[in-house]
Design a binder for this molecule. Structure first.
Ligand code: BES
Ligand code: ZN
Ligand code: ZN
Length: 499
């Protein structure tokens, strides 16, 4: 998107001018100037609710002016109680509306979005983030789809504040929104298109664009290294697996490496513990963890914080043929630990076991793993909350602050010694991959924890939050890109704290 600064209320040229409107609009500095140009009756229209001030309420009114065809009033409720989440959601609704009406050139009166609590620069970030996420359109393969997507091409902004800092904020918001949308696109790709090889190719393009170091291990190399867990999951597939490692190393040393580990199962049939006819639909999205990790790396690549970051993604599909792994099989993981397979549908934890062990070997000093790991997290927390586990409360607390900033609800679940005992219970191996159906979100993540050891670790089970079954506040049905913003925000926060 092209940004244009130094615009004025009276002379700006745009198809739509976006203005924040609240119950006490008269307190907004510049409002009387605005009314002089755009209509003396505006206060009355607001009072009579002809212009909605409800949060997420939108009112589009035509003007008789030549330079601005319409004004889109974005409801901010009572400005003083407006939260950052409200502002982001209000602009996601705005983005959806603009995409629907195929608008290309917009004006934004940035100062009309600020409150006592939300600075004008923060408002600029939040608004852009929402606008970009809200205007996201799901790509499809309809042959009758002859209307090309329209995106906003030009954003002209008005502000009495420093133009450069407003511009920078708008750009940050756009970067966050775009990265979320990239993750959404990946999740929405069908499994016959987004294979492990295709995912690795995508990661390579990303690495080239942002000058990251990247390593992609193929099947022969995984065999060489003894990555028995990811290989077991891949055994029934005609598609090769991939282990993708990206390193962003702005520091002199490869020390203090925050590492994101993603589950990249491109399609999960369940294997011989096969999924039901209805349960299997949607399993193209079982690489949501990988998508979030890559989305976060896109932000890291754009903003280039001064902190080492690594991403490790284990990718394969989980298929069935005469060679596929089976219940009762015993496998040896990269770490050397053996696992008794009780359920081939508990494949994500196996892929993550090798990915986490490899991450440690590559210098990870803290690990956040992300996975669409269990139906259990959905039973426990629903579709709007990410479930977490940790072995380090203060690490979790810091990350949780980032999720509060981004509005991505995350809830810490307990991982007890008794849970660990059950993960370690097997007559024939060190671990079993499916201790039971009771509270099994904990067994899924806890299994990954067995390969993490003492390294500070957070597990994020995004099975409920990665793929939306209906349109929501920040976007349409389909991949959500959950945690993209939180991961990046966590890195930006610890960089700012100089940790
Ligand atoms: N990919 C699934 C989890 C999942 C379920 C993701 C629903 C998104 C929506 C995972 O591999 C899986 O099958 N988990 C099993 C584990 C069980 C066999 C212990 C589950 O949750 O049922
Ligand atoms: Zn599964
Ligand atoms: Zn899975």
């Amino acid at each position: 998107m092209q940004f244009m600064k130094n615009q004025q209320l009276a002379t700006i040229e745009a198809e739509v001018l976006i203005v924040g409107v609240s119950e006490h609009q008269e307190n907004l500095s510049g409002w009387s100037d605005f009314k002089e140009i755009y209509g003396p009756n505006l206060d009355e229209w607001i009072k009579n609710l002809d212009i909605s001030t409800a949060v997420k309420g939108l009112t589009k009114l035509p003007t008789t002016l030549k330079n601005v065809k319409r004004v889109l009033y974005v409801g901010l409720g009572q400005r003083k109680t407006l939260t950052p989440d409200d502002l982001r959601a209000a602009f996601a609704a705005t983005g959806k509306e603009l995409a629907k009406s195929r608008v290309k050139t917009v004006g934004l009166w940035v100062d009309s979005l600020a409150t006592d609590e939300i600075s004008v620069t923060d408002a600029a970030i939040l608004a852009m983030e929402g606008l970009v996420m809200g205007s996201f359109q799901v790509e499809n393969y309809k042959t009758t789809n002859n209307q090309a997507d329209v995106t906003i091409e030009e954003m002209k902004f008005i502000s009495a504040h420093d133009q450069e800092s407003i511009l920078a904020s708008l750009e940050v918001g756009e970067i966050y929104g775009n990265a979320v949308n990239s993750a959404r696109d990946l999740i929405n790709l069908p499994g016959n298109v987004l294979t492990a090889t295709a995912l690795a190719n995508y990661a390579e393009e990303l690495a080239t664009k942002y000058d990251f170091e990247i390593e992609v291990l193929d099947k022969a190399q995984l065999e060489e290294l003894g990555m028995g867990a990811i290989l077991a999951v891949n055994k029934g597939s005609k598609e090769e697996p991939r282990l993708i490692t990206i390193k962003y190393n702005p520091k002199e040393d490869w020390e203090d490496v925050v590492t994101f580990v993603g589950k990249g199962v491109t399609f999960d049939t369940g294997g011989y513990s096969i999924k039901s006819k209805s349960g299997i639909v949607g399993m193209k999205g079982d690489m949501g963890g990988a998508a979030s990790v890559l989305g976060a790396m896109q932000i890291i690549g754009e903003l280039r914080p001064n902190h080492n970051v690594m991403a490790v993604i284990g990718s394969t599909d989980n298929m069935i043929d005469g060679n596929a792994f089976k219940p009762d099989d015993v496998i040896t993981t990269y770490s050397g630990k053996t696992v008794e397979i009780l359920n081939t549908d508990a494949e994500g934890r196996l892929v993550l076991a090798d990915a986490v062990a490899y991450a440690k070997q590559q210098g990870a000093t803290s690990i956040i793993d992300l996975a669409t790991l269990t139906g259990g997290v959905i039973t426990a927390l629903g579709f709007d909350k990410t479930g977490a586990l940790t072995n380090n409360q203060s690490f979790y607390n810091e990350f949780h602050e980032a999720t509060e900033e981004t509005g991505e609800f995350t809830w810490l679940m307990p991982l007890t010694e008794n849970d660990k005992k059950r993960i370690r219970k097997s007559d024939v191996a060190d671990l079993n991959n499916s201790p039971g159906g009771d509270g099994h979100m904990i067994f899924g993540g806890g299994f990954v924890g067995e390969f993490v050891g003492e390294t500070p670790w957070i597990h994020l089970d995004i099975a409920g939050t990665s793929d939306a079954n209906a349109p929501h506040d920040l976007g349409p049905k389909g991949g959500t890109g959950v945690m993209v913003r939180s991961l990046a925000t966590y890195i930006m926060r610890i960089t700012a704290q100089n940790k």
